[in-house]
Write a protein of this length. Structure first.
Length: 134
């Protein structure tokens, strides 16, 4: 599972957001992000793109954890539902695997406040298992 951490550490965009990989296990990943002024949209709420980005990555790393060690992961599609404006100072995205196939992994995710009491978004996502040389 060290490959999950090593792979995440290569994610320049996650560093740009200030996101951090908090925990992971087979079929699960958790990413957190402190919301700062650059993350806000015009009304002062966390931008939907921030929520979507960390949810997508959490789902992706959950999927990667079920793939062969030499595999990489890429998003094929996702749907995000924004449930309420995000006012949290810190958000957490959990990604979980629903089903792993030979090439596709089906996942779901949620973005909450750091205490888990407010859900700001949910996601369903399909990930592709990218094998070297294919």
């Amino acid at each position: 599972m060290d490959r999950i951490r090593a792979n995440f550490d290569k994610q320049v965009f996650m560093r740009t957001l200030g996101a951090e990989l908090i925990s992971w296990d087979k079929g699960f990943a958790r990413i957190a992000c402190d919301i700062a002024e650059p993350h806000l949209q015009q009304h002062g709420y966390a931008h939907a793109g921030v929520l979507a980005s960390i949810a997508d990555s959490a789902c992706g790393y959950a999927a990667l954890s079920t793939m062969p060690d030499v595999a990489e992961v890429m998003s094929v599609e996702f749907k995000i539902t924004l449930m309420r404006p995000c006012t949290a100072k810190r958000i957490v995205a959990d990604g979980r695997v629903l089903k792993t196939g030979r090439t596709l992994v089906f996942t779901e995710g949620a973005v909450t406040d750091s205490g888990g009491s407010e859900t700001y978004a949910t996601m369903t996502a399909t990930m592709f298992c990218l094998m070297p040389g294919k």
